[in-house]
Design a protein around this ligand. Structure first.
Ligand SMILES: Nc1ncnc2c1ncn2[C@@H]1O[C@H](COP(=O)(O)OP(=O)(O)OP(=O)(O)O)[C@@H](O)[C@H]1O
Ligand SMILES: [Mg+2]
Length: 303
């Protein structure tokens, strides 16, 4: 089966600065694929190359089995993109934003109105059809951007931080819609800084830092491999605990005021710490994708 996306040794340089540094990954039909990484990791740069907005410096990029340099127009016609920034036209109505976009794809007017109606209903925006975009809340605007990305009935949906800035209600609503699209077999590539979102939606993901892939895998496998299975957070740890951890060579992060210990459910470390080393406050929890992300990309601020 032809991969939907096939990136081989992809490189993007800006005046000598390497933003994407030898990325190789592929996305299969129907897969929900995550591109994660700290600010400045190169996610948006990669996405821009994927939809033909920014030329590839080096490497090979094929989408739907076609070469991005040679068949850019054919590829673009089959992709839906939700960019990181809000690119809606504020002076137009909700429906007009969709119709104008449909025009870019050469969709006939009657068909465009039909699709716009269906998409507005799907994203619970039907009642806002004639409202000006300026009058929409952030969550509604995001949903409209998603609706617009689907107007050409794409085979690949590309989402650059689709839920950034949304309240929990709006975010959960978007997740439901994205899960429904995934159910229908749509192939999706998404970036996000919300690890819970990635863990819920992505079949597979890569974590990128400084333009390079650090890991690739399904969220549960990455969690098991890189963050044990259980985590203990000890606030105000004492020296005895630090000595115990060092003696037993246990995976951990020492943040000074807090010690984070990565264990597995089978390990008796949990009991030992619970009984002997819980000082100010101890939290026992399952490890998450956020633990994996922080362990692999560190805790230093970027940019
Ligand atoms: N047009 C450009 N010219 C020069 N440098 C650029 C350009 N676009 C991006 N960069 C740089 O490339 C790097 C990667 O940027 P990119 O926007 O791809 O990061 P990102 O992973 O999407 O980050 P964020 O999570 O903040 O959106 C950054 O260091 C950025 O400053
Ligand atoms: Mg970005």
């Amino acid at each position: 089966m032809t991969a939907i996306i096939e990136a081989q040794n992809l490189i993007k340089r800006y005046d000598g600065f390497t933003a994407v540094d030898d990325l190789s990954f592929s996305v299969a039909p129907g897969e929900f694929f995550g591109l994660l990484g700290p600010n400045g990791a190169g996610k948006t740069t990669t996405i821009r190359m994927l939809y033909g907005f920014s030329p590839v410096t080096e490497g090979r990029l094929r989408v739907f089995g076609l070469d991005i340099d040679r068949d850019r127009r054919a590829i673009k016609a089959r992709i839906g993109v939700c960019q990181q920034d809000n690119t809606l036209d504020p002076d137009l109505s909700v429906e007009q934003n969709l119709l104008i976009f449909a025009g870019y794809f050469g969709i006939p007017a009657t068909e465009a109105r039909h699709r716009a109606g269906e998409l507005l209903d799907f994203f619970a925006l039907g009642h806002k059809k004639d409202a000006k975009v300026m009058a929409l809340s952030g969550g509604m605007a995001r949903r409209l951007i998603l609706a617009r990305a689907l107007i050409n009935e794409p085979d690949l949906l590309i989402l650059d931080e689709p839920t950034t800035g949304l309240d929990p209600q709006s975010r959960h609503q978007v997740w439901e819609k994205l899960a429904a699209l995934k159910q229908r077999g749509l192939t999706v590539l998404m970036t996000t800084h919300y690890m819970e979102e990635a863990a819920q939606l992505c079949d597979r993901l890569v974590i990128v830092d400084h333009g390079k892939i650090l890991v690739d895998g399904a969220p549960p496998d990455l969690i098991a491999r890189h963050a044990g299975g259980d985590v203990i957070e000890i606030e105000g740890p004492d020296q005895a605990l630090r000595d115990h951890i060092a003696r037993n060579n246990v995976a951990h992060d020492d943040l000074g005021r807090k010690l984070i210990v990565y264990t597995t459910a089978e390990s008796d470390m949990n009991t030992t710490i619970r009984n002997n080393f819980c000082t100010d406050r101890c939290t026992f929890r399952s490890s998450t994708l956020e633990d994996v992300f922080l362990r692999l990309t560190g805790r230093e601020l970027r940019e």
